[in-house]
Write a protein that binds this ligand. Structure first.
Ligand code: NAD
Length: 370
């Protein structure tokens, strides 16, 4: 008998009415019966903060932990110290930065995520967010629900995406798909910056690699961030890096909130240096009511395309990451090898190159890439 602990978000009425909301406490990734029929204990909760949370209570003897980036159970080294039985952490989705990966390595805990499960969902959201900002959609829509009509006030800050330069920071599964989807918009240039090269069969003459981040930022009208959060990307978009962006450019971040410095983004927007900032990821989730990004605007009162963290949790994505989570756990129970694409850390080392450039230790690292 194995104890499995899942930290998911509460879906309430929505989850009762829509059972395809699999990532919720109520629908428990659709694996509750399967686990129980096989004699395992399954604890599912949304209570994740502080020493009295269910998370901290049950992590003490759980062998498998399931978390999701949408309602992250932060598995810090301190919490890990209490987790004497923990062997496997499964991220139901993509992005395992809420787990201290270096601490997991020290303790030989395997971390796996359902790679690729929601990359199309996020790439579509990025393209939508770019359009929402560039075309000044949100203030236009707000006029309508406020029974107002003032074309000039909207049009004074609305542009076409055609002929603009767009660049992605990180050109893995999501970044690459964003560029692919932008091909139909006749952008002036589609650029990418990543320390990992694209595989030969994915290279396209219209996707241009830029070797230095600052050089790419200086050329871009729109920047989209699509790299994981790790030691080298935490706070990467600070005042200094933001100042390298073109004045009046737009920034979309669906990767992780903490890649951008909260106050610096707000200031860049308020000064007009950034014309807009959009995304669904926050440096703390759920975002507190007074989070400054909720009310960060450009000097014309627009440029805010923020939403709760949901780009990667469409109903289509939820089926994929729920099935993927079950597969990872099934393989663990039956002693089968995991799909290498899903492994982040295993046997005390990084199995993925996506979480920062680092010296390879024992295990072979799978190259990152689309
Ligand atoms: P991926 O592993 O396929 O690609 C990540 C790429 O980022 C890799 O090519 C890696 O080399 C590159 N990278 C890492 N550090 C970099 C740096 N400092 N500068 C430039 N490039 C760097 O991952 P993916 O599937 O494309 O997902 C990327 C990230 O998007 C995830 O780690 C997660 O944080 C985020 N994500 C968000 C959602 C959401 O719902 N908002 C959903 C899925 C993933």
């Amino acid at each position: 008998m194995v104890k499995v602990l899942a930290i998911l978000y509460k879906g309430g009425k929505a989850a009762e009415e829509e059972q395809k909301l699999l990532g919720t406490v109520e629908n428990s990734l659709g694996i509750a019966d399967w686990l129980k029929q096989n004699g395992h204990e399954f604890v599912v909760t949304d209570s994740k903060e502080g020493p009295d949370s269910d998370f901290q209570k049950h992590i003490v003897d759980a062998e498998i932990l399931i978390t999701t980036p949408f309602h992250p159970g932060y598995l810090t080294e301190e919490v890990m110290n209490k987790a004497k039985n923990l062997k496997l952490c499964v991220t139901a989705g993509v992005g395992s930065d809420h787990i201290d990966l270096n601490a997991a390595n020290k303790r030989n805990i395997t971390v796996a995520e359902v790679s690729g499960s929601n990359v199309v969902s996020v790439a579509e959201h990025v393209v939508m967010s770019i359009l929402v900002l560039v075309r000044n959609f949100v203030p236009a829509h707000e006029q309508i629900v406020a029974d107002d009509w003032n074309v000039a006030e909207i049009a004074r800050n609305a542009y076409d995406l055609e002929d603009k330069v767009v660049g992605t920071v990180g050109c893995g599964r999501i970044g690459y798909r964003v560029l692919e989807r932008l091909q139909g918009f006749n952008c002036k240039e589609l650029l990418w910056f990543d320390y990992t090269d694209l595989p030969e069969d994915k290279k396209k003459p219209e996707f241009k690699r830029v070797d230095k981040l600052e050089d790419m930022l200086a050329r871009c009208d729109v920047v989209t961030i699509n790299c994981p959060l790790h030691e080298k990307t935490k706070g990467l978009f600070n005042k200094e890096i933001l100042s390298k962006m073109k004045p009046g450019s737009w920034l979309v971040n669906t990767a992780r909130g903490a890649i951008c410095v909260r106050a610096d983004v707000k200031d860049a927007l308020a000064s007009g240096h950034l014309r807009g900032y959009a995304g669904d990821v926050w440096d703390v989730q759920p975002a507190p009511k007074d989070h400054s990004w909720r009310h960060a605007f450009n000097p014309l009162g627009g440029g805010n395309g923020m939403v709760p963290h949901y780009s990667g949790t469409t109903l289509d994505a939820q089926i994929r990451y729920a099935n993927g989570t079950k597969d990872i756990i099934d393989r663990y129970f039956s002693g089968k090898d995991q799909d290498p694409a899903n492994l982040i850390v295993i046997n005390g080392d990084y199995a993925s190159k996506a979480y920062g450039e680092r010296e390879k230790k024992a295990s072979g690292q799978k190259p990152a890439g689309p």
